[in-house]
Design a protein around this ligand. Structure first.
Ligand code: SAM
Length: 249
């Protein structure tokens, strides 16, 4: 009986290892036969995957399954759908990160890390003291590509949405809302719970205007501290999300 238990646990460990090593492919929908994009096909060729190789497919909306490579040549690649796989890597409630527009390429790092840390939506925000007031279409597409790539890497079946900027005070609140604001005394972990969706907001390098803090507080957001040090605008969102991740969800 003990031998059987040991054998089973070894088999389970081997299955988990192979699932971790399995190549992940993002597809637009989980359907019986899935032709792949040219880029993804080339990638599979570089990896020298053979016909019959099992891979994981996910649709970015939470659906994941095993699939088999049935064609790989100059004309492209094709996968055949296998069994559905349960992917339980999502937080108990959706988490939205509201982040002020930042200069240069800083948002790329924020979106990548936020995806790894489990957000379901990144809402870009126009704020009064921002260095930049808008974002070009190409840059927005790039952020969405980064979210797709990071969801693949972090083995999520969900790709967070990256939403075009809105004015901060047009944010709405569904569930709990927290606004990182230096000098606040409330702490995120004192009131956070996992019974309703969570929205976390962090500001631009120049900080929030008083009127913005007042508007969000009136909406039901709680201003919270991230400690006595001043974090850069690209560090603060990660500190917020790191606090959620540290609850072990
Ligand atoms: N002088 C600005 C101020 O007082 O708000 C500093 C802004 S800080 C560089 C950029 C953003 O990171 C802030 O708007 C806030 O959202 C967040 N942040 C940075 N350090 C923080 C802290 N210690 N507590 C709470 N939020 C912080």
């Amino acid at each position: 009986r003990m031998d059987l238990d040991v054998a089973r646990s070894k088999q389970r460990a081997a299955q988990q290892r192979s699932a971790v090593a399995m190549h992940r492919v993002k597809v637009s929908a989980l359907v019986r036969v899935m032709p792949l994009s040219i880029g993804e096909s080339q990638h599979l060729r570089v990896l020298r995957l053979g016909i019959g190789t099992e891979v994981r497919v996910f649709d970015g909306q939470g659906g994941e399954a095993s699939a088999t490579l049935v064609r790989l040549d100059e004309g492209g690649a094709m996968l055949e759908l296998g069994e559905a796989v349960v992917n339980d890597r999502e937080t108990p409630q959706p988490v939205t990160l509201g982040v002020a527009l930042l200069k240069g390429d800083k948002l790329s790092d924020v979106v990548r890390a936020a995806t790894e840390l489990g957000v379901s939506t990144v809402q870009l925000l126009q704020t009064r003291h921002a260095d930049v007031q808008g974002i070009g279409d190409q840059k927005l597409l790039r952020l969405r590509r980064i979210a797709a790539e990071a969801s693949k890497q972090s083995r999520r079946a969900v790709t967070p949405e990256v939403l075009a900027p809105i004015v901060l005070t047009h944010l709405t609140l569904n569930g709990q809302g927290f606004l990182a604001h230096p000098g606040s005394t409330e702490r995120l972990t004192d009131t956070l719970h996992w019974e309703t969706p969570v929205t976390l907001v962090s500001g631009p390098e120049g900080g929030f205007a008083d009127a913005e803090v007042a508007a969000l507080t009136a909406l039901g957001f709680t201003a919270i501290t991230l400690g006595p040090r001043i974090l850069r605008a690209e560090t603060a969102p990660l500190a917020l999300l790191g606090a959620l991740a540290a609850t072990g969800v």
